[in-house]
Design a protein around this ligand. Structure first.
Ligand code: ZN
Length: 226
């Protein structure tokens, strides 16, 4: 049965890496909301759509995209993936209570996932790392300029291991920005996990301190995909 896997964890906990590792092992599509929006608003089709051009301006100005619109495109994509009988892995989203649960006018993502995957096939993987580790890891984080792949903090070298591209630091990984991102995570994501638990969604807590392949093994064990 295809699953909807929601991976939560503070910045630097390796959510994106873990989602990517799942795509290598199973029929899982990694849905990275930020990257998806970036590609969508910069696609050639975007020029024909007033809505996409509006969101493109928000995106490029660093303003949050319209929440109702983000929710709608995320729901649509989740449905498309479910229909194709693939599993979906979210890394860090839904990011707000509104995205997760919607309101009278907008179906929330969790309701949509329940409708297309079934409640018992939704699973939250909650990766925990202490805040000081999160800070340390983020300030040692570099990404490839060409393919976007991150370099592991524990590995030396100035070039990407996949394409030998040059590595760069992200503005998001500036220590001041990380403190804000950690607070955002505490204040905005934590409440979502508690509500999901109350609703009877399976939550698995995974220790994010070991090396990524070990964390991956723990996640694989808990998902029971085979
Ligand atoms: Zn690269």
């Amino acid at each position: 049965m295809p699953k909807a896997i929601i991976i939560y964890g503070p910045p630097g906990s390796g959510k994106g890496t873990q989602a990517e590792l799942l795509t290598k092992k199973y029929n899982v599509i990694h849905f990275d909301t930020g990257r998806y929006i970036e590609n969508l608003v910069h696609s050639s089709a975007a020029k024909k759509s007033e809505i996409l051009m509006r969101e493109r301006k928000n995106f490029d100005d660093g303003i949050l995209c319209t929440p109702e619109w983000v929710l709608k495109i995320t729901r649509d994509e989740a449905e498309r993936i479910a229909k194709a009988r693939f599993s979906i892995a979210f890394s860090g989203s839904p990011r707000t209570l509104f995205e997760a649960f919607g309101d009278e006018k907008n179906e929330g993502l969790i309701a949509a996932l329940t409708r297309v995957f079934g409640k018992k096939n939704i699973q939250v993987i909650h990766i925990t790392v202490p805040e000081e580790d999160s800070l340390k890891r983020n300030s040692a984080r570099f990404l490839c300029r060409v393919c976007g792949l991150p370099r592991l903090a524990s590995v030396k070298g100035n070039h990407c291991a996949l394409c030998a591209g040059e590595l760069r630091k992200r503005t998001l990984d500036d220590p001041k920005v990380i403190v804000t991102r950690l607070r955002e995570y505490r204040e905005r994501t934590y409440p979502i996990i508690a509500v999901l638990k109350k609703k009877g969604i399976k939550i698995t807590i995974i220790n994010g301190r070991p090396l990524p392949y070990k964390v991956h093994e723990q996640i694989v064990k808990s998902l029971k995909m085979e």
